[in-house]
Each structure stands twice: as C-alpha cells, then as structure tokens.
Design a protein around this ligand. Structure first.
Ligand SMILES: [Zn+2]
Length: 197
C-alpha cells in the first residue's frame, strides 16, 4: 500500500532549493553560476522520488525534440525504477528524508563532482533544503531513520497545500531574493538601473 500523505508542493521546494543554494554560497563566499540554480531546484525535488506521484518519481515528461527525448528517457526510466524500488522497500518519507539519506546522496556527489564545487554545492544544498522544508510540515521528517520517530521544526507544523504554506513559500522567496541581491553584482546593477535618476 502506497503511503502518499500530502507533501509540500513542488514550487515551495523549488523556492527553498534556490534559497539554500544562495545561502550556502554566501557562507562559502562563492558566486554560483546561473546553471547552478535549476540544478538546486531539481535536487530539491529529488527526495520525493520515493513517491511515484511526485514531480520526479513519475519520470520526466516527454520532450518535443527527439534528441532531447533520447537523452532524457534513460534518466526518466532510472527515476521511475528508483521510485518504485524505494516505495516498495522503505516507503515514502523514510530513507530519502533522513540524515542518512542526505549523507548517501552527498558522498557520491562529492566524490564524483567534488572538483566542480558550484555543481556539488547546488545538488547538496538543494537536496538538504527539501528535508528542512518537509520538517516544517505537519508530518515532519524521520531525521534519524531507521531509528527514532518524526522530527518537526514547528509546533503543529505547516499543513500541505494550505494558505500557510503559500505564506511560508513567499517568505522564503523574499529571503532568496535578498540573498541573490547580496550574491550577484549583476542583480544589484539591474536594480540600480531601476532607480530614478
Ligand atoms: Zn518530501
């Protein structure tokens, strides 16, 4: 039986992914390239691959271009197989939403992509942001899985799909905007141009 209790939506996770990458880059003192942001968003959707109905668990949608299709089909199948395997073995919101899951994701990323700091940082920050965001949810996350129960960062937690989730996503968006302003001189320059002369 699939355990598909509602999760925070994909847009909320995308916003948290961007905010996490920008925050990690500010701390590390690096300016991430533009391509790092979509990667952080994809990584922020990855932990829900253990739910076949999630954005990535359902595989990637078919592209119009045959060439792109050829490239994305194997990834799509890998995601679906991973999704099916996870939901049949450990279930939704278990391994992928725990510290162990973050570690199992971070290790290969660091080993394979460690030389490309911006890339590795985007993937790890995006992934970890998902677990953090879900910890704000009513259901919490099993941080210490397979031992220990759910951890919730807010008393009661944020209900999925409610007005509070939208408000939290907007606050995170504002925070991400402020971080991007601090990080990227180009963003500051563009805003400077908007100022009245
Ligand atoms: Zn989740």
């Amino acid at each position: 039986m699939l355990n598909c209790a509602p999760s925070l939506n994909a847009t909320t996770h995308a916003v948290f992914g961007v905010a996490a990458l920008a925050g990690a880059s500010l701390i590390a003192g690096t300016e991430p390239p533009a391509y790092a942001y979509p990667l952080a968003v994809a990584a922020a959707w990855l932990p829900d691959v253990d739910n076949p109905r999630s954005t990535l668990g359902n595989g990637l949608s078919r592209m119009k271009s045959p060439v792109l299709n050829l490239l994305t089909r194997p990834v799509s199948w890998a995601l679906r197989v991973t999704s099916f395997t996870l939901v049949r073995t450990v279930g939704h919101r278990t391994l992928t939403h725990s510290l162990l899951g973050i570690l199992l994701f971070t290790l290969p990323v660091w080993l394979i992509l460690g030389r490309y700091t911006a890339l590795a940082l985007a993937l790890v920050a995006g992934y970890a942001s998902h677990v953090f965001a879900d910890a704000l949810n009513t259901r919490g996350v099993p941080l210490l899985w397979p031992i220990g129960g759910s951890v919730r960062l807010l008393p009661g937690g944020i209900r999925s799909g409610g007005a509070v989730e939208v408000a939290v996503a907007l606050v995170a968006l504002g925070f991400a905007g402020w971080e991007l302003y601090l990080l990227h001189p180009a963003v500051r320059g563009a805003l400077g141009l908007l100022q009245p002369l």
